[in-house]
Design a binder for this molecule. Structure first.
Ligand SMILES: [Zn+2]
Length: 473
């Protein structure tokens, strides 16, 4: 080998290293995201989204504040330029609602409650939420859910016919009407799976990263939701439509590492965001909500603004309820509002509006589920998972106190733990929270039974009946 050859080889090595250093962080490392199976065309997403948005806007108080709207739309266009999947032209509106929540309808119709804009600590955090919603749209989660439902809800035939090209995509009107044009708590378009949530988190993280926003803002915003939202109901608003996949924070930080870690140049805030946030804080508070608005995403049966009358005592006749994890029986005069794997079973007037106008459970129970990475098998596992859950509840409800730690009971045939807590009732005074936790093959099942302290003995037998009827699925 001649000295010259050695030189040339070294030279090549050096220039290759330089190229590697100046290339943007390897995009190939990031999780690849693409829309799942869908019966609808990307154009039909827009059609469906437009129809549903008309209905949605009748049920929400849209904030017609031009500067806020212009800012949100600009942010969405910027972020969406780096979105995976289908591209849409986004239309964003702000909603006069203090709860921390946001909605995305297929085809790019986005709604952000003012609660989100007020709660964000900087622009990057708001961008994270916008990116998350854009992720749902671009990855077409709403119509993907609707498509899956089409196959399982008795219109499988038309679904298959569409797939086979027997019915043209243009004659989907009937299918759309059946499936997708309702808006509200039970809208199939808003029933995101935990997997869809994971994808939206990742898509949002990518959009932050590619727009030079600090991608950690995504994690920070979820931390605000989990710890500092100052009340169960404000936080539950978000979780009701965006179920926590369980490992949210870890997933995002691993993704950031895979994308090449953090750079010095990330921005977190802007004076424009500060101005918009200041402006929105000066806007008049939400108008009082009408007594009941069936289908409104954050309304629960019997919700009323302010002083609710006392609900009727629980009926001893029972009805059957089932979801993906559990089957149980509940009092006939309770109503169910189901939101992504978590359900509220409550009597008329069992939920009330709190000081911020958010809905809070005063009488009744919530059936919730947290997936676990490792199965909860031994009694010690269950104890550990339960105390972790209790700590989480206490973080978001600072007034909540433990009165009786996990006591082994039976829930149907399952081994369970019953924990008793005291909290501030949304009606004023104290409430008793009887928390029953059950190990499920995929995670932890939670029955959160709530009633004001003075009425708890009246409700206790009903809660016990529900717990006794429980069968895992
Ligand atoms: Zn989501």
């Amino acid at each position: 080998m001649s000295p010259n050859m050695v030189f040339r080889k070294n030279f090549c090595f050096v220039s290759l290293t330089l190229v590697l250093l100046t290339l943007p962080p390897a995009r190939a490392q990031r999780t690849q995201l693409k829309p799942g199976w869908n019966l609808f065309s990307p154009e039909q997403d827009v059609e469906i989204g437009r129809q549903v948005s008309t209905e949605a806007e009748k049920q929400m108080e849209v904030l017609h504040e031009a500067r806020v709207e212009a800012y949100l739309n600009r942010m969405a266009q910027t972020l969406a330029a780096k979105a995976p999947g289908a591209s849409y032209s986004y239309q964003v509106k702000a909603v006069n609602d203090m709860s921390i929540n946001a909605f995305a309808l297929p085809g790019g119709f986005l709604y952000f409650n003012r609660g989100v804009i007020e709660a964000a600590r900087n622009e990057a955090q708001l961008a994270g939420v916008i990116g998350h919603e854009i992720g749902h749209v671009a990855l077409r989660h709403g119509t993907n859910q609707a498509s899956k439902a089409a196959l399982t809800q008795g219109i499988a035939q038309s679904g298959l016919a569409i797939l086979g090209g027997v019915i043209g995509r243009d004659s989907l009107g009937g299918v759309i009407a059946n499936l997708a044009t309702s808006f509200g708590a039970n809208s199939i378009l808003l029933k995101y799976s935990r997997d869809a949530e994971r994808q939206a988190d990742l898509a949002g993280t990518h959009m932050l990263y590619d727009n030079n926003f600090d991608p950690r803002a995504m994690i920070q915003f979820f931390e605000i939701l989990e710890q500092k939202s100052g009340g169960r109901s404000r936080m539950l608003q978000w979780l009701s439509t965006h179920p926590n996949p369980g490992d949210r924070m870890q997933l995002i930080s691993v993704e950031i590492d895979q994308m090449g870690g953090l750079s010095q140049n990330f921005r977190a805030d802007s004076s424009e965001f500060r101005n918009i946030q200041r402006l929105i804080k000066t806007l008049p508070p939400p108008k009082e909500k009408p007594k009941t608005q069936p289908g409104q995403p954050d309304s629960k049966p019997g919700e009323s603004a302010g002083g609710a009358s006392r609900p009727d005592p629980p009926s001893s006749r029972l009805l059957r309820y089932e979801n993906a994890q559990v089957r149980l029986r509940y009092p006939q005069n309770w109503k169910i509002s189901e939101e992504n794997g978590s359900a509220t079973l409550a009597p008329e007037n069992g939920t009330v509006a709190d000081a911020q106008g958010n809905s809070a459970l005063a009488y009744g129970m919530m059936v919730a589920f947290s997936p676990a990475k490792t199965p909860i098998q031994s009694p010690a596992d269950l104890e550990q998972a339960t105390s972790q859950l209790v700590r989480g509840l206490q973080q978001s409800n600072p007034k909540m106190r433990l009165t009786k730690a996990g006591e082994p009971i039976r829930a149907g045939r399952e081994r369970a733990l019953a924990t008793t807590l005291v909290n501030e009732s949304p009606l004023g005074g104290s409430e008793t929270v009887w928390l029953v936790t059950v190990a499920h093959p995929q995670g932890l099942l939670q029955l959160v039974c709530v009633a004001p302290e003075k009425d708890f003995t009246l409700y206790s037998p009903a809660f016990r009946n529900v717990v006794d009827s429980l069968v895992l699925r």
